[in-house]
Design a protein. Structure first.
Length: 204
């Protein structure tokens, strides 16, 4: 559409992007830190695979320390507290999730985005490759839409054991916090537990 309307390709940026974790005084959606990290990672992955050049997070840190403040004040990646007039900030789980995403996917080329119905939900696999054609797949499972934002914000019960296809038997999953685990490998498949929290399947 941009090429047709503008006569040339232009980069796409997404701004004011984020999810609040604060109080629900004004009736808006609020997320736990875990769910904020999970949904941010899913959205960023989908943006990356669809060619979005840049995503601008709405706030780096929360704007209010009062738990009854408007929910829009809690979009930050850092929590804010104040004692005796001194402000302190602490990283939410989203910070580590984004760091892990950058560590795993930086410099990779997106190959394909796959989704399939599994049980009562949908399994998403976003495949990337490095310069040596080794795949790294971001995967998650939800019983709602692909991003996890409709009429609920808690997806902690969405979980399913699944088989993912791999090209290498030397493979390991990495969770949002950067923790590595040992999967069950069966020739060209690996058994993993997919949940609402995106994981990375790294092939060596």
């Amino acid at each position: 559409m941009i090429l047709n309307n503008e006569g040339k390709e232009k980069p796409i940026w997404i701004t004011e992007f984020g999810f609040p974790t604060g109080g629900n005084k004004d009736g808006g959606f609020v997320y736990s830190e875990e769910n904020q990290a999970s949904v941010l990672t899913r959205y960023l992955t989908l943006m990356f695979v669809n060619g979005i050049e840049k995503a601008v997070i709405f706030n780096l840190k929360d704007e209010a320390v009062d738990e009854n403040a408007h929910y829009a004040n809690s979009f930050g990646l850092y929590d804010v507290s104040c004692e005796d007039g001194t402000e302190s900030i602490a990283a939410k789980k989203s910070v580590k999730a984004i760091e892990t995403m950058i560590d795993v996917l930086d410099g990779l080329v997106p190959l394909e985005a796959k989704q399939q119905d599994v049980g009562e939900g949908t399994l998403f696999e976003i495949v990337f490759a490095d310069s040596m054609d080794r795949n790294k797949t971001v995967f998650w499972y939800t019983k709602m839409d692909g991003t996890g934002q409709k009429d609920r914000v808690d997806y902690s019960d969405d979980e399913m054991a699944v088989l993912l296809s791999v090209d290498s038997e030397d493979v390991y999953p990495v969770d949002m916090a950067g923790k590595i685990s040992s999967p069950q490998v069966y020739n060209t498949s690996v058994m993993v537990t997919a949940s609402d929290e995106p994981q990375y399947l790294v092939e060596l």
